[in-house]
Design a protein around this ligand. Structure first.
Ligand code: GAR
Length: 190
């Protein structure tokens, strides 16, 4: 059984999809969710789904090794599902090619610091892009620059609002993220 931990910062739609997808899996188990934002939507979802969700602070994450030590004990893989803080180098070093992030654009476009969630979709809209998409990639020490595992595109229309773009992205995320996680975990480890 491969053990997986999810990090999330927000609404948690990706986190919920992943938990549901692996609910009856004999090969992958979702151990726990970590969240850095008090009151984030992911807490209610985890409660409903029966998965523990732990709140942690910036100090705890960056100034101590507590989270690293706990990860080393409880998980094989780390999934960033809408997690907006940079992963400390000590955790990246301890989990090479074992941390997977989803980004709501076709990286390297619209990546980097400050580029998350609606900011990405707004920038895509402002630049009159004809398409956008999702990127699933390994996490390394540089923000949004790890090896790309998978990308999927969606067409944009001139009349698409920022919210329309967000919805198109959410559909792609729901369609692909869990499947790519599953594939990647077993490709990496056979
Ligand atoms: C998702 O669209 C995810 O791709 C994005 O945040 C959203 C979280 O939604 N991640 C980033 O922007 C990372 N830089 P969710 O909380 O409903 O899963």
């Amino acid at each position: 059984m491969k053990r997986v931990v999810i990090f999330a910062s927000g609404a948690g739609s990706n986190g919920e999809n992943i938990i549901n997808y692996f609910q009856d899996s004999k090969k992958i188990t979702i151990q726990k969710v970590f969240c850095n934002k008090k009151g984030a939507g992911i807490f209610d979802r985890c409660k409903r789904l029966g998965v523990p969700c732990e709140l942690f602070s910036r100090e705890h994450f960056y100034d101590t090794n507590d989270i690293l030590n706990s990860l080393l004990k409880i998980t094989d893989f780390i999934i960033l599902a809408g997690f907006l803080w940079k992963i400390p180098e000590s955790i990246v070093d301890a989990f090479p090619k074992k941390i997977i992030n989803i980004h709501p654009s076709l990286l390297p476009k619209y990546g980097g610091k400050g580029m998350y969630g609606m900011n990405v979709h707004k920038a895509v809209k402002d630049n009159d892009e004809k398409e956008t998409g999702i990127t699933i990639h390994f996490v390394n020490k540089k923000y949004d620059e790890g090896t790309i595992i998978f990308q999927a595109k969606t067409r944009l229309e001139e009349f698409d609002s920022i919210e329309d773009i967000a919805k198109k992205i959410q559909l792609l995320e729901a369609k692909y993220f869990s499947k790519i996680i599953e594939k990647t975990i077993f490709k990496n480890d056979n």
